[in-house]
Design a protein around this ligand. Structure first.
Ligand code: HEM
Length: 267
């Protein structure tokens, strides 16, 4: 039986890394938890964090996962220290612990994922299941409805972009969404509503900037205020942080559970 409390303490202890981005690896760990889970398809039950298949091609080489090899490598010492813990459990738990440590809500999380060391081709999800930031509301709905989410869940989950930043050498995009990229908050929604977002003039992919030029939004972020149904929820979360935290907590918990098959009960 793994010592989950000790593991959580060790994850928390490794979050602060002054030389990394804004001083914490928390945001990239949240992204790892999300990308390992967000390949799920409710149609055939494939994808998701069970199996930790992001280590295997073609998922490992999916452009959408660029940079996440670093996050996976940073968690390897903990895999060595807690060999009974699967990578699927480790990656998803690290995301939950990171959100909470950065001031966000705790999400429900359960162990029991089993790593697939030599998965069959059909057990590794194909490329193209994760969302494309250059696209709008119809694409976002296609991707998240495939996982079993609704419009409210989509907006809640997108609030994770209060954290972290884009990197030109990973996604091609550049910059943070908020001035506080290591603090989980509803700032992303406030900025979406209050700032004037204009197209950034540069050689890179289409993205938007605030008047200071320091903060950014992806086309897929702005889709949340261009689509009237999404916008109502953005406005609600911008006003009401507690409701956002409550909804994020359950939607993120649901995301991490997608496709997980356990031989025994959850706990
Ligand atoms: C970063 C796209 C939804 C969490 C990014 C990046 C892109 C992106 C392009 C930049 C990657 C880089 O260059 O390093 C999208 C799109 C989404 C979406 C198109 C949906 C329409 C989500 C969700 C979560 C999430 C649902 C979590 C619940 C993050 C975090 C980062 C990030 C924390 C920052 C990573 C870092 O600082 O290294 N996302 N994302 N995103 N995303 Fe998303």
């Amino acid at each position: 039986m793994a010592d989950w409390f000790a593991l959580e303490r060790d994850i928390r202890a490794m979050l602060k890394q002054p030389e990394w981005d804004d001083g914490s690896i928390g945001p990239v760990l949240v992204r790892l938890a999300w990308h390992s889970s967000g390949t799920y398809s409710k149609k055939d039950g494939t994808g998701g964090s069970d199996g930790a298949t992001m280590r295997h091609a073609p998922e490992s080489t999916d452009g959408a996962n660029a940079g996440l090899e670093k996050a996976r490598a940073m968690l390897e010492p903990l895999k060595k220290k807690y060999p009974a813990v699967s990578r699927g459990d480790l990656w998803t738990l690290a995301g939950v612990v990171a959100v909470e440590a950065m001031g966000g809500p705790r999400s429900p999380w359960y162990p029991g994922r089993t790593d697939k060391e030599k998965p069959k081709a059909a057990e590794v999800p194909p490329n193209g299941r994760l969302p494309d930031a250059s696209q709008g509301a119809p694409h976002i709905r296609d991707v998240f409805y495939r996982m079993g989410f609704n419009d409210r869940d989509i907006v809640a989950l997108s609030g994770a972009h209060s954290l972290g930043r884009c990197h030109t050498d990973r996604s091609g995009y550049s910059g943070p969404w908020t001035n506080t990229p290591t603090r989980f908050s509803n700032q992303y929604f406030k900025l979406l509503i209050k700032e004037k977002w204009t197209k950034k003039k540069w050689d890179g992919p289409e993205q938007y900037e605030d008047p200071s030029g320091e903060l950014m939004m992806l086309p897929s972020d702005l889709a949340l205020i261009w689509d009237p149904k999404f916008k109502v929820v953005v406005e609600e979360y911008a006003e009401d942080k507690d409701t956002f935290f409550k909804d994020f907590s359950s939607a993120f918990g649901k995301l991490l559970e997608l496709g997980v098959r356990r031989s025994s009960a959850k706990l």
